[in-house]
Every structure is written in structure tokens, then in C-alpha cells.
Ligand binder design. Structure first.
Ligand SMILES: C[S@@+](CC[C@H](N)C(=O)[O-])C[C@H]1O[C@@H](n2cnc3c(N)ncnc32)[C@H](O)[C@@H]1O
Length: 498
């Protein structure tokens, strides 16, 4: 099974991944360039940005880094000494905290790699020099293979410094036996070859002359020169790029395909523990590798799921095969764990309401939600090619009854939306509530033959079994039934990341 995990990668690494099981790890953690403790917020630009910021603040906070440093002491004394020394120097606490959190995770990633495995760490020049020492300690200096420079062009207008136009990618292996499928790049001056024709074939220098004594070109030489460590042939994902999903730190598929092709083979296991909108996962899937993706943002996990299925129709065999091969972890899977989340929701990173609205119903959480009243989220759908309509969602995590349903109906009327979905646990639903919902009548716009209840009571149990609110679907359907939401810029009704 391919696996997606919602959660802190440290927990996932410790608890859910077998030692020495992965062939290739690529990570692209949030950069530290935004400084202070909000280092990670730059990677997030989502509708519920506030909640996301909180999630990061919890994980990457000042306090937790001290705990993590102490945990490193038990794992690797040298690593601990290095971090402790930095902590005692004139280096910002932001940098030390960032490095501690990274070091802890990279230590576990090394443990999870097969002895023949490879590791790629994508970072920027503000942290790369420190991270290299961390990796040298964990992987050993002799297993450092390359510092790759990904040079791109993008619009940037920073005064008084040279424009930053590259990222750094460190390449380490776990041992001297590793997979490297050599790739070639074109000659920078093909015209020279005609004259010199010095083909490096299988490591041997060969000089060949034709009958007039001139050097001739051999077939094999056309493959070019072995790939350099400066990559300038892969474009940055700019604001107008076709590939762009709106996830601010999205990396190009070409970049990941190159790494995966070189450092793994078909059937190998590829993992990304900071997977964002899933570029590694998508590329691994395309190249027939098995994969693991982890992210601390539940929206990222949802987006990846959608992204992976997007090229296929629901009826395609491939679609069914992919869906049945993805295991999504970290969200409640049964009533007991849903109740557990409902109870802990005031403390946890993931809120019960957000899980229901954004993961189970594929909607958008209401950013203006208040504790008493309002609604928790909404789903936008196309009722015809041009017209959109909205379903309001209200989620009750605890006890509820007809009074709450009545007040939600008032909100739906007040907001002038056509539909309302009232979500609660099954044990709360009474005959009186069902009657009140029925009395609100049907929705059937001219185009559609079917009638749909305007107010629908959906139980958490229904959602867990794949049933959700029913409404006329022109194009998209709900997450559980596998989504076909367009992530294009123009259609931002359902896009989370604009
Ligand atoms: C720079 S982005 C990765 C972008 C990705 N390479 C792509 O192409 O979409 C970093 C990601 O790390 C995630 N993240 C931050 N801290 C994390 C943690 N402790 N565990 C798992 N994911 C984390 C963030 O949610 C963010 O999506």
C-alpha cells in the first residue's frame, strides 16, 4: 500500500515506519528564511491560516526544541553536543530551534533508510551550511555525495543584495553501495565534439578516426555528458505556471522525477516526510515507485489525494487501482476515534469540525466561524455550467437536538443559500429533528430531475461509511466518493489555496 500520513513526521517516523525499509527519501522542509519562531508560516497560505499557524507554533516552538534537544542526547551524543554548542553561541534561537527539530527528524530518517538508500535534503542558503554539518554527523562525511544547485529564474526584486536564484539540495547515501542510474545532459558546445571526438564510453577514453584520418562521431557520444551538479534546466513554478496548484512552496515535478529516476528503480519505496502538496508522491506514482507522504497540514493531505486522482475518471480501472492502494492515516477511521477527536478537539491540532468539513465533506471551513451560531463550513457546487450554489454545513461534536437544528435552519435562510447539512453523531438524531428537516422542502433547479432535501441531517456514522450530503452535481462530487474538484486558478470556488 502507498501511505499518506497526516501528522507530525516525528511521530510517524518513530511509530509507523519500519527500520531500513526505504530506498529514497527526499525532503523539502519549510525554510528558516522568514526567521523568528514563525519560520514555517511562509509555507502556508490557506483559508484556515490561523489554525495552521497554531499547528506549526505547537510543533516548532521554543519550548519543544529544548525537549527535542534532550531527546537527541539519548540518540546521538555528538549531534547533541553540536546543537548544544550552537545554542551557547551568538546564533539566533530561531536557527538553533530549527536545526534541532530538523536534526531529530533527519536522525530517524537515516534509521529508516535501507543500507543502500539515498537521502536528498532541499534547503536554501540561509540554513544549508548548518544543515550540512547535521547531515555529516548523521550520515558520516564520507557518505556525502553532492551539493546540487538548482538554479532557476523568477521575478524577484530585492534591493541591495544579489537576487537569490538558487536552492541547495544535499545528496547523501547511507553507505557506499547505493543506486545511481546515471543520466546525461547535452554538451554545452556540441560543435567541439566534431573536432575532438573523445568519447568516454564505459569509462574508457576512445579516439576513433575515419579512413581520411579525421575523428568521427560515435553513436554513443550523442548521449551527452554525465549530469552536472548545477541544474539550470528546470523551471521554478511561477504564478502563471500550468503546474501550479496554489501551494506556495510547490516544487516542479521535473525536479522530483530526475531525483527519483537517478536514485531509485521501479518498485522501490520513496518517501517524503514534508510532502506539502505532494510533488514527490505524484512523481513516484508516475514512475511506478511505491511511496509514503507525510504532512502536518490536513489540507495538504487532502490536496495530494485529489491531485493523484485528478487525471483519471472515476470509472477508470486505474482510478480504482490507485484508490485501493492508498492508505490514509492520521484521521479518525471509526466512530470511536471520531468521538475521541470530538472530545479532544479543543486541545488538538486537528479540530473535529475541520475534519468533518474539509476532509470528510470536501468543503471549506468557515473562516468567520464563532463559538455560538454561524455555520462551520460550506461546499460550493456547480448547478449548471455557469451557475454556482452553496451548501452550508453545521457540525455538532456533542449533544444536540431540535433547537440547534432550528437555529441552523434560520442561518441557512438568513444566508439565502439553497441547502444546509447538519452533521452530528447518530445517537442525537430524533424523529422530531427528521420531521423538521423534511418540512423544509426540496431543492430542484430546473435542470435536474431529482429532488434533494433542502436540509439534510448527516450522521458522522454516514460519513465514515462514505455517505454524504446529496446535491445535484454538475461536475464535482464529495471527497469520500473521490473528488474531481478543479484546482485551476480560475475556478477558485473550491480551491483551498488561493
Ligand atoms: C516547503 S513545504 C513542502 C513542499 C513540497 N515539496 C511540494 O512540492 O509541495 C514544507 C511542508 O512541510 C510541512 N511540515 C512542516 N512541519 C512538519 C512536520 N513537523 N511534520 C510533517 N510535515 C511538516 C508543511 O505543512 C509544508 O507542507
Amino acid at each position: 500500500m502507498n501511505k499518506l500520513y497526516y501528522g507530525d513526521n516525528l511521530e510517524v517516523l518513530k511509530e509507523s515506519i519500519e527500520d531500513e525499509s526505504i530506498d529514497l527519501i527526499y525532503i523539502d522542509p519549510p525554510f528558516n528564511s522568514k526567521r523568528a519562531y514563525n519560520v514555517l508560516f511562509e509555507s502556508i497560505d490557506m483559508t484556515d491560516a490561523k489554525a495552521q499557524k497554531q499547528a506549526f507554533a505547537d510543533t516548532w516552538s521554543n519550548v519543544i526544541y529544548i525537549d527535542e534537544m534532550n531527546m537527541i542526547q539519548d540518540l546521538d551524543l555528538d549531534l547533541y553536543r553540536f546543537l548544544k554548542t550552537l545554542d551557547s553561541l551568538r546564533i539566533s534561537k530561531g536557527a538553533v530551534s530549527y536545526l534541532t527539530i530538523m536534526a531529530h527528524r533527519i536522525w530517524y530518517m537515516h534509521k529508516k533508510l535501507k543500507p543502500t538508500g539515498s537521502f536528498y535534503l532541499h534547503c536554501d542558503p540561509t540554513m544549508s551550511h548548518y544543515l550540512k554539518i547535521v547531515c555529516d554527523l548523521i550520515f558520516k562525511e564520507k557518505n556525502f555525495k553532492n551539493e546540487l544547485v538548482w538554479h532557476y529564474r523568477r521575478w524577484s526584486n530585492v534591493a541591495k543584495i544579489y537576487q537569490r536564484m538558487h536552492d541547495i539540495i544535499f545528496f547523501y547515501t547511507k553507505s557506499k553501495d547505493y543506486n545511481y542510474n546515471r543520466q546525461y545532459q547535452p554538451y554545452s558546445h556540441p560543435e567541439w565534439i566534431e573536432e575532438t571526438v573523445r568519447g568516454v564510453v564505459d569509462g574508457k577514453l576512445q579516439r576513433l578516426k575515419d579512413k581520411d584520418g579525421k575523428y568521427i562521431k560515435r553513436e554513443k557520444e550523442n548521449i551527452g555528458v554525465p549530469l552536472h551538479d548545477v541544474w539550470n534546466d528546470i523551471n521554478f513554478i511561477g504564478p502563471t505556471s500550468q503546474e501550479r496548484l496554489g501551494y506556495p512552496t510547490q516544487k516542479p515535478v521535473n525536479l522530483l522525477e530526475r531525483i527519483i529516476n537517478i536514485s531509485s528503480n521501479e518498485g522501490d519505496l520513496v518517501a517524503d516526510f514534508f510532502c506539502g502538496c505532494g510533488t514527490t508522491v505524484i512523481s513516484a506514482q508516475k514512475l511506478n515507485r511505491k511511496w509514503i507522504g507525510v504532512d502536518i497540514s490536513h489540507l495538504a493531505i487532502r490536496l495530494i489525494y485529489e491531485r493523484i486522482l485528478k487525471p483519471f475518471e472515476e470509472s477508470d480501472e486505474k482510478y480504482i487501482e490507485i484508490v485501493s492502494n492508498i492508505d490514509i492515516n492520521g484521521f479518525p477511521k471509526d466512530v470511536a476515534s471520531a468521538k475521541d477527536l470530538a472530545q479532544k478537539t479543543h486541545r488538538g491540532r486537528l479540530k473535529f469540525q475541520d475534519w468533518i468539513v474539509e476532509i470528510m465533506m470536501n468543503g471549506v471551513a468557515n473562516p468567520k466561524r464563532t463559538a455560538d451560531g454561524g455555520y462551520d463550513g460550506y461546499i460550493t457546487f456547480n448547478k449548471s455550467e455557469k451557475e454556482k450554489d452553496v451548501i452550508l454545513i453545521e457540525v455538532k461534536s456533542g449533544k444536540c437536538g431540535v433547537t440547534m437544528l432550528r437555529s441552523f435552519i434560520t442561518t441557512v435562510q438568513h444566508e439565502k443559500t439553497s441547502f444546509g447539512a447538519f452533521v452530528c453523531f447518530k445517537e442525537n438524531v430524533t424523529k422530531e429533528m427528521e420531521l423538521l428537516a423534511k418540512q423544509q422542502g426540496y431543492y430542484n433547479p430546473a435542470l435536474w430531475v431529482n429532488k434533494y432535501d433542502r436540509i439534510q441531517i448527516i450522521t458522522v456514522e454516514d460519513l465514515l461509511q462514505g455517505r454524504s450530503v446529496s446535491y445535484p452535481v454538475y461536475q464535482n462530487i464529495t471527497f469520500k466518493n473521490a473528488t474531481r474538484i478543479s484546482m485551476e486558478k480560475e475556478d477558485n470556488s473550491n480551491s483551498l489555496f488561493d
